[in-house]
Design a protein around this ligand. Structure first.
Ligand code: AMP
Length: 287
């Protein structure tokens, strides 16, 4: 029972949670009711960014569940759903090494049983700008799957990366608006040695493109180094200069409600840049 349990169906997931709950209660000399559950939703192809979320969940909870599901409803019609990297075996090995308790790896039929389902939309002010402007159905798909996973797993704490800042803020709003009693934990961005924010989609970058992509963390560092200035326009100009001829989908300072802001303090500097066919997201949360 100390071993990781891999559940592919909702029924197996329920059984796994209940088995782990009773095992942990005995092992930790706690009542079953007081056993805490941490949850990290992922689309797999796990890297050190995911690892940091899972580690935090293990640190803060009695039971840690990781979901691995490439969620079709968050992909647009011309996006990379079919070629999205799938590495279930090595993902399982990583979760096992870290000491996670349960992996939930369902197929699409498990998660979407009926064609005509109740759906949810993100707030108009947050869900259709930035990423939502370029991917208008994306956040509806994200909240749809995350809500299902929350209801199946019923975690106390759920772990999300600040890397996907807009997603994190929308999930926080979802729990608030729908009165969901789950603590949403936003975790720092993990970067590769060369500074590029880790992403499962980085495998799409050629060596040449990766070199160009390094302008993104350089722009982020520039903002970080000069964040104490009052002149927000000079910060943006500096970042534009560093990015040079890369195609920028968006780049600006936003407040925590995703409104444009002139106030550097308390803002998030958000950007999305295209390198080759890949859209790369990065950001900096400013205190
Ligand atoms: P994904 O598998 O891309 O859906 O990501 C699953 C979770 O991992 C999301 O909450 C992401 O924000 C988070 N994540 C992805 N990349 C990173 C990173 N480089 N640093 C921290 N968290 C990340």
């Amino acid at each position: 029972m100390n071993d990781i349990i891999i559940a592919h169906t909702k029924r197996d997931l329920k059984d796994a949670i209940s088995a782990k709950r009773s095992y942990k209660a005995t092992q930790r000399n706690k009542s079953e009711d007081s056993i805490t559950l941490g949850f990290t939703p992922t689309m797999g192809a796990l890297h050190a960014g995911h690892k940091s979320l899972i580690e935090q969940s293990i640190k803060e909870n009695d039971i840690s569940v990781v979901s691995i599901f490439v969620n079709p409803t968050q992909f647009g019609p011309n996006e990379d759903l079919d070629k999205y990297p799938r590495t279930l075996e090595s993902d399982i090995a990583m979760c096992k090494d870290l000491g996670a308790d349960i992996i939930f790896a369902p197929d699409s039929k498990q998660m979407y049983e009926e064609e005509d389902e109740i759906t949810l939309n993100p707030p108009k002010s947050m869900g259709y700008i930035l990423e939502g402007y370029y991917r208008p159905t994306h956040f509806a798909g994200v909240i749809r799957i995350v809500l299902k996973l929350f209801n199946l797993i019923k975690p106390h704490n759920a772990y999300f990366g600040k890397k996907d800042a807009q997603q994190l803020l929308i999930i926080q709003k979802m729990t608030k608006h729908l009165c969901i009693d789950i603590n949403i934990r936003g975790m720092p961005i993990i970067r590769d040695k060369d500074g590029l924010a880790l992403s499962s989609r980085n495998v799409y970058l050629s060596a040449k493109d990766r070199e160009l992509a390094l302008r993104i963390p350089r722009a982020i560092s520039f903002i970080d180094m000069h964040k104490n200035t009052k002149d927000i326009e000079s910060l943006k100009r500096g970042a534009y200069e560093i990015l040079g001829n890369l195609e920028i989908d968006y780049m600006d300072f936003y407040n925590r409600s995703l409104q444009l802001t002139q106030e550097i303090k308390g803002s998030i500097f958000l950007l999305c840049v295209r390198v080759g066919k890949v859209r790369l997201l990065d950001n900096l949360w400013l205190d």
